[in-house]
Design a binder for this molecule. Structure first.
Ligand SMILES: C=CC1=C(C)c2cc3[nH]c(cc4nc(cc5[nH]c(cc1n2)c(C)c5CCC(=O)O)C(CCC(=O)O)=C4C)c(C)c3C=C
Ligand code: FE2
Length: 431
């Protein structure tokens, strides 16, 4: 059994598969719920078992997790609007000394062939056998170019202005060795062995052409862990992803993907049409401090209830925030420095981004506290109209700031999806 999911919703016909992919988009539906919906629409019987709250997973539900396949080819690369997966690897590579445009093109060609094979559940060249027995498991592989790539390959003139360095923020504590990089690969899958298998295959492909600069490993909730589809939770216990732009929003594409032709923004490049910009931040959570706060104070930091993500001004998770509501104490119910208020698009001239993070936990740090937090990945057509204005504002007075630390950062140009017979980045590297 194979459930095909195509990320290129724009070009698609209105068949069941595409309808599923639209409803399965991240943000309101985490990995667990996503699978239930997919089975429900495509396979029928599985949904009852996955969603009856009994906690008993039947064989069809388990099989469907492995069987879900995300298409490699499409208008956009996979892994941007794909529902959150349970396991993720973020890896940056630097080109090897002496490697230039020719070697980079050959590498992207190899990487694309490997990504296409493993995303379909097929073996890669020189396969290691790690993913034997497993299906595609919603595996996605997404490739991006960092600012330094363009100088290394003689392509400086083709570098989009959107890759200009992010401004420094006062709360940054960035480690340059774990930041940026010539190339970036995001791997996500609902099975840890499938994700690791893809990682090994891509690392082997890179041999001689590029070296790993940094690697970060993350996770989200596993498919089937919750009784019904739910927005993800982060390691602070908050429902995280509610305010994400929805693909059904009229301006979703304009906000998230670079348009074809007449791109408006200065310095934009045609080879980026259908692409997006990824801002990656390793954000450590100061969990010992956070967990000392009362529930009431934690909720005021975000402006939403912890249990269900509903705004403090009432309603359910999807009820809009009432930013003008005052309490009996004469103060706004959603505090002026609440994270949800400060990051809301209406407070930032409409600036919006699609947040698609993984949690991380790398053990206990030297100071004895958990080295855990959020591998924050957000997607936008232009970082200057997404991440930058919002982070500027958060940097000036977010109630969450005392409980988080930005430790690494990367900005990557992620080109559009490859057409059949093409490799990712070909329009940059061969024209
Ligand atoms: C610059 C962008 C953002 C960073 C960095 C960031 C870090 C961060 N956020 C949470 C937890 C939550 N964020 C929530 C909402 C939210 N956050 C951002 C942006 C950044 N967050 C935006 C644009 C929004 C949506 C605002 C809106 O449209 O209303 C929420 C509330 C639920 C939700 O909407 O997702 C939580 C919870 C953490 C823990 C964190 C760093 C570790
Ligand atoms: Fe946030």
């Amino acid at each position: 059994m194979s459930n095909a999911v195509n990320d290129s919703v724009d070009d698609s016909v209105d068949d069941g598969t595409i309808d599923i992919s639209r409803r399965r988009l991240l943000g309101t539906v985490g990995a667990a719920g996503a699978t239930g919906l997919l089975i429900g629409a495509a396979g029928g019987a599985g949904i009852a078992a996955a969603g009856d709250g009994s906690g008993t997973a039947d064989a069809s539900a388990l099989t469907s997790v492995g069987a879900t396949e995300v298409m490699f080819h499409g208008k956009h690369q996979a892994g941007i609007t794909t529902p959150l997966q349970a396991r993720g690897h973020l890896v940056a590579f630097d080109l090897a000394p002496g490697a230039g445009r020719k070697e980079a093109a050959a590498l992207l060609r190899r990487w694309s062939a490997t990504a296409k094979a493993v995303m379909a559940g097929r073996p890669s060249t020189g396969d290691t056998g790690i993913a034997l027995d497993a299906g595609p498991s919603s595996l996605t592989v997404t490739f991006g170019f960092g600012r330094s790539f363009f100088d290394r390959t003689g392509l400086t003139a083709r570098r989009p202005q959107q890759l200009d360095p992010l401004p420094a923020f006062s709360s940054d504590a960035l480690d340059p060795k774990r930041s940026e990089g010539d190339l970036w690969v995001q791997i996500g899958a609902d099975d840890a062995l499938v994700a690791f298998h893809a990682l090994r295959a891509l690392q082997k492909d890179a041999d001689g052409a590029a070296r790993v600069r940094w690697q970060m490993n993350g996770f989200n909730r596993s498919a089937g862990a919750t009784a019904r589809p739910m927005t993800a939770r982060n390691l602070m216990g908050q429902v995280d992803g509610t305010g994400n732009p929805k693909p059904t929003d009229a301006d979703f594409d304009r906000r998230i993907f670079v348009p074809r032709g007449g791109q408006g923004a200065a310095g934009a490049q045609e080879w980026m049409a259908g692409g997006s910009y990824a801002v990656v931040r390793r954000i450590r959570m100061l969990l010992d401090d956070w967990e000392k706060l009362s529930l009431e104070k934690q909720e005021k930091v975000i402006g939403r209830r912890k249990a269900d993500g509903a705004p403090l001004t009432g309603g359910s998770e999807t009820t809009p925030l009432d930013l003008d509501k005052f309490g009996p104490d004469g103060k706004t119910v959603i505090p002026d420095n609440a994270h949800s208020r400060i990051s809301a698009p209406e407070q930032n001239g409409g600036a919006a981004m699609l947040r698609r993070p993984f949690s991380f936990h790398d053990g206990i740090a030297a100071d004895g506290t958990p080295d855990a937090g959020l591998l924050f990945v957000c997607w936008q057509a232009d970082p200057l109209r997404g991440f930058v204005p919002v982070q500027r504002k958060l940097d000036r007075g977010d109630a969450l700031s005392p409980f988080v630390r930005h430790e690494a950062s990367g900005l990557f140009a992620v080109p559009g999806g490859a057409a059949e017979g093409e490799y990712v980045g070909q329009r940059l590297l061969e024209s």
